[in-house]
Design a binder for this molecule. Structure first.
Ligand code: MTE
Length: 371
């Protein structure tokens, strides 16, 4: 869909590139004010990697499915590509997206709004592979492991180097939409996005979608690896006792793409505020905008239909105030389950899950005096 939003064309003809949050390994985010089409072009899709991108030979590499299975599988890239493929659109958001808005500042990559994107993924359904391997009755989780290795940053650190590994529940793994993907937006994955193969777990924060996937291990025990305890974990409450749990589904969230922070707008003019909303465990069904820092809210319109696990772009046609000054814009989505985004960040999520309405401060200029 092409549209006039933010007082210029919504479709980006010449993508302007990504913002560096870390050079090596590559951690790059999309300038979110470049939001245009429903599908984020691959060149504008954020990259979040903990370790250097491994160089995998698609001829030599194998995907092994092992652990508590009846038949171990070692599949080549060619074999996987020859299997019946599925395509789905899914939004990936890094759990730390928006961290730069946290007060006081939180450690970790200082993501603004652009560690999120919406792509079309093609691959084979994980459930089909698991059916071929035959899961033992007592399997509860599937551990997905990538080829990348290194020493992680956050304490407590494990001894030596480790791989990137995350687990998902058996129930989630057996749903058809979890993919072992080899294409993104109709092209083979790029090295930074997981070439030759990666997992896509629609609806979960990006950390679940393991890149450079080499091993799937069926486990009869809950997996307590580094990336779901030390990192990408949160504090839950179990009968008054704090317990550590892995992050999973993305929370309902909306973001303003245009105007951008500290943009100067002309007074008393039409301006289309433009953004996107998404959720992992519900659908965004309403979008509300505040033009006065949260004092009052007006309803915006969605531009995309509900498409589970894909974002919905939205707009609000605003007449900018006649009075010059500083204004704080906010967006807040409501879900199909009638829940709304929370007013503030929940400290139990540490420096993750920044799902409260993020303030976009803009300036309205004074009318320039003739002569
Ligand atoms: N998979 C591996 N093997 N190594 C990683 O560092 N990062 C995860 C996930 N999969 C990661 C990984 C995180 S935190 C996110 S948000 C997504 O990949 C980002 O996917 P992208 O770089 O394709 O946008």
């Amino acid at each position: 869909m092409d549209m006039e939003t933010g007082n210029r064309s919504g479709a980006v003809a010449d993508p302007v590139g990504l913002i560096i949050r870390q050079k090596d390994p590559n951690n790059l985010e999309m300038p979110f004010d470049q939001l245009g089409d429903f599908i984020t072009p691959s060149e504008l899709f954020y990259i979040r990697s903990h370790f250097p991108t491994p160089k995998l030979d698609p001829v030599a590499c194998r995907l092994s499915i092992r652990g508590a299975v009846h038949r171990e599988l070692r599949l080549s890239y060619a074999e996987i590509r020859a299997m019946p493929a599925r395509t789905c659109v899914a939004t990936l958001e890094c759990a730390g997206n928006g961290r730069v808005f946290m007060v006081p500042p939180a450690p970790g990559a200082q993501w603004e709004l652009g560690a999120v994107g919406n792509a079309e993924w093609t691959g084979v359904s994980l459930a089909m592979l698991l059916e071929r391997a035959g899961l033992a009755d007592d399997v509860c989780e599937l551990v997905l492991e990538g080829a990348d290795r290194g020493v992680p940053k956050e304490e407590p650190k494990p001894p030596g180097t480790i791989s990137y590994a995350r687990s998902i529940s058996r129930a989630r793994a057996m749903q058809d939409d979890v993919l072992i993907a080899w294409q993104m937006n109709g092209q083979d994955l790029t090295p930074d996005h997981g070439y030759p193969m990666r997992a896509i777990v629609p609806g979960h924060y990006g950390m679940a979608s393991v890149k450079w996937l080499t091993d799937i291990v069926a486990s009869t025990q809950p997996f307590h690896g580094y990336w779901q305890t030390s990192d990408y974990g949160y504090w839950d409450d179990s009968s008054g006792v704090p317990v550590r749990r892995p992050l999973a589904e993305m929370k309902l969230k909306s973001q303003i793409a245009r105007p951008r922070v500290y943009e100067t707008l002309q007074p008393g003019r039409p301006y289309t505020i433009f953004g996107a909303a998404w959720a992992g465990d519900t659908d965004a069904t309403e979008i509300w905008i505040s033009l006065d820092g949260g004092e009052s809210w007006v309803q915006g319109d969605f531009l995309d239909p509900i498409n589970r696990h894909a974002w919905r772009r939205w707009k609000y046609d605003w007449i900018t105030p006649a009075k010059p000054g500083r204004y704080t814009l906010l967006a807040r989505a409501t879900g199909a389950d009638q829940r709304v985004q929370p007013d503030r960040h929940d400290p139990n999520f540490g420096s993750y899950v920044i799902d409260h309405p993020l303030p976009i401060e803009v300036f309205v200029a004074a009318l320039s005096q003739p002569g």
